[in-house]
Design a protein around this ligand. Structure first.
Ligand SMILES: [Zn+2]
Length: 75
């Protein structure tokens, strides 16, 4: 069931719009998909790190390990 991104109310398909039954917010189908994506990304930001950030840190960690290994072999 679709939910309103504004009030969390139930959203119904009323061609050509999705309409929130609680606050009356309406948007087109494509916009709704966009909104859902935006919410997901905002949520992710609130939750902490984005995929890119995690990926970057993961690469950094591997590089650090590699550096450490190389130093170790020099000794
Ligand atoms: Zn609403």
């Amino acid at each position: 069931m679709a939910k309103c991104q504004d009030c969390g109310g139930i959203v119904k398909w009323r061609p050509p719009f999705y309409v929130c039954l609680d606050c009356g917010l309406s948007f087109r189908r494509g916009e709704f998909e966009k909104v859902k994506k935006t919410i997901k990304e905002e949520f992710k930001e609130e939750m902490g790190e984005s995929d890119e950030e995690i990926d970057r840190k993961d690469r950094q960690r591997k590089r650090d390990y590699h550096d450490w290994l190389m130093k170790k072999e020099e000794d």
